[in-house]
Design a protein around this ligand. Structure first.
Ligand code: C2E
Ligand code: CA
Ligand code: CA
Length: 367
């Protein structure tokens, strides 16, 4: 290689012995064959010089031009070479990072609780007794004194905190886990209320929400019997609320179960009355004691003439059939006055108390 640089009127010429360049290229060509390009010529160690330059856009083409002299080093690296090189030079890191990401992935998966199906997650929560009762008071329509309560399930999740029932009850109902879950709820209410049985108002009633699947399971009768027995020193009334949202089909088994419950003194309520399409069929097929007017109707009182008529009609129906009435979702004095002037038996809603943990509810009882 001859290098010539002009300085003023003179010039300097340097001649480099080609062997030095070849051996340098050769030494550095361990990963990919390097070529030296000067002008139109390409030299690769061990090959004769050629003027065949591969096109710039050919895949894997890399070049490094010199910033001071008119030459560049070029090479081509193929995808297979990448892996080859990684394997040859970074084998340890490759294995270590793969393992590390796997471990990290599994850890995150487990931590985010996605390792289990929703049903398995409910099962785990049931074993750990994470389903707890919240209590909302029910007051008398006559004098607004507390006469009972509704037990509402909450999931006390170790990481997510308190989860509302709308998010897990449907899965629990599909998987029939709702039966043991309700049983655990009843047990907890028994255990926590029984030491204070004498502080409860006379004839206090406990309302539990019961799913359709549960109405075919005779263990419910036994659970109710034990519940009622716990409070025999100050007898309470147990109310089972059946929601209209799920279809409860009348058959011999359900009839017999409801008859046995009635024999124990348990009252049956229809929850969310008027929202489903089987309200009247329910009244016809099951012996019902209580209707719960859904909060969607109560919230319309004073605003919408049509819904107010629905409330009036439900009240009228209940009176004719000699059923007790509970209005749920009472939030304002206007609603309360409207319902009380129409002799609605019981009122329930934020106006009289939100659902709260058992300990908080018990601490409010008169000593
Ligand atoms: P629900 O049986 O109709 O219960 C009444 C719901 O209305 C409760 O919601 C209660 O917190 C809410 N609520 C009460 N007063 C007011 C009010 O003044 N304003 C408003 N906006 N809401 C009020 P929650 O506790 O979230 O329960 C939702 C539903 O989940 C319940 O509706 C019931 O269908 C179901 N559920 C709750 N606990 C259980 C259970 O132990 N078993 C079954 N099967 N279902 C349950
Ligand atoms: Ca209810
Ligand atoms: Ca309701």
């Amino acid at each position: 290689v001859v290098y010539r640089e002009v300085v003023g009127n003179d010039s300097i010429t340097v001649r480099l012995y080609g062997y030095l360049l070849f051996s340098g290229l050769d030494k550095m060509s361990t990963n990919a064959p390097l070529s030296l390009v000067v002008g139109p010529q390409r030299w690769t160690a061990g090959e004769p010089p050629t003027d065949q330059l591969f096109p710039l856009e050919s895949p894997g083409y890399l070049e490094q031009p010199s910033s001071r002299y008119p030459f560049r080093i070029i090479t081509r690296i193929y995808p297979a070479d990448y892996f080859d090189n990684i394997w040859r030079f970074s084998r340890f890191s490759l294995i270590a990072w793969t393992l590390l990401s796997l471990v990290a992935g599994v850890w995150v998966f487990r931590k985010s609780g996605r390792m289990h199906s929703p049903e398995q997650e409910l099962r785990r929560a049931l074993e750990h007794r994470e389903f707890i009762p919240y209590i909302q008071s029910v007051v008398s329509g006559e004098d607004k004194r507390m006469t009972g309560c509704e037990v509402l399930m909450r999931w006390q999740h170790p990481r997510q905190g308190i989860i509302s029932p709308d998010r897990f009850i449907p899965t629990a109902e599909h998987s029939s886990l709702i039966i043991p879950m309700t049983r655990v709820l009843m047990e907890q209410v028994r255990e926590q209320f029984s030491p204070l049985v004498h502080q409860l108002p006379e004839g206090f009633h406990f309302g539990f929400n019961i799913s359709a699947a549960h109405c075919k399971d005779f263990s419910l009768v036994e659970d109710c019997r034990v519940f009622i027995d716990t409070f025999r020193d100050n007898p309470i009334t147990l109310v089972l609320e059946l929601t209209e949202r799920e279809l409860l089909v009348a058959d011999d088994k359900t009839d017999q179960l409801i008859a046995e419950l009635h024999a124990l003194g348990v009252l049956i309520a229809i929850d969310d009355f008027g929202t489903g399409n089987s309200s009247l069929r329910y009244l016809q097929n099951f012996s019902i004691d209580i209707l719960k007017i859904d909060k969607s109707f109560v919230s319309m009182i004073g605003t919408d003439a049509l819904s107010a008529h629905i409330v009036d009609n439900i009240i009228d129906l209940a009176n004719r059939l000699d059923l007790k009435l509970v209005a749920e979702g009472v939030e304002t004095e206007v609603q309360s006055t409207y319902l009380r002037t129409r002799n609605v038996t019981f009122l329930q809603g934020y106006l009289y108390g939100k659902p709260m943990p058992v300990s908080e509810f018990l601490s409010q009882l008169p000593a």
